[in-house]
Design a protein around this ligand. Structure first.
Ligand code: DGP
Length: 115
C-alpha cells in the first residue's frame, strides 16, 4: 500500500467509500463524480499504477471477475455497460492507482469515449 495514494486508502478501508463489491484481491466502489447512472471503479487492493505495471495474472482475473459482479449487482448486465481504464498522461489518468471504470445505466453512444 502506498501512503499517499487515495485508492490504496479506499481499497484497504483506511478511508471508507460506497462499496459495491469486495473480495481478497480487489474492491469496487462508486465514483465520486459519476458520468453515468452507474459509475463504479474496480481497483486492486495492492498498489499498481497502470495495467502495464506487472500486475499478477490472479489480480487481473479478479478485476475482470469483479466487473461482472458489479454489472449484475447494478442491474446493467443485460442493458449494457462500458469498461475503461485510463493509463498515463495521454489518457488523462488522474489517480495513479490502476482502476477500471464501469459505466452504464444509460445509452453511452457509439464513441469509445464515455462522454
Ligand atoms: P482517472 O484517473 O482519470 O481515470 O479518473 C479517476 C476517477 O476517480 C474520477 O472519475 C474521479 C474518481 N475519484 C477520484 N478521487 C476519488 C475519491 O476519493 N473517491 C471516489 N469515490 N472517487 C474518486
Amino acid at each position: 500500500m502506498s501512503d499517499d495514494c487515495i485508492f490504496c486508502k479506499i481499497a484497504n478501508h483506511v478511508i471508507e467509500s460506497d462499496y459495491v463489491y469486495e473480495d481478497d484481491l480487489v474492491c469496487a466502489f462508486r465514483d465520486m463524480s459519476p458520468a453515468a447512472p452507474t459509475h463504479v471503479l474496480v481497483v486492486p487492493r495492492a498498489h499498481h499504477e497502470t495495467l502495464v505495471d506487472d500486475v499478477p495474472a490472479e489480480t487481473l482475473a479478479a478485476l475482470v471477475h469483479a466487473v461482472g459482479e458489479v454489472a449484475r449487482r447494478e442491474g446493467i448486465s443485460e442493458s449494457g455497460f462500458r469498461v475503461i481504464t485510463n493509463a498515463g498522461p495521454d489518457a488523462d489518468q488522474v489517480v495513479r492507482h490502476l482502476h477500471l471504470h464501469v459505466l452504464g445505466g444509460r445509452s453511452l453512444g457509439s464513441s469509445l469515449l464515455a462522454e
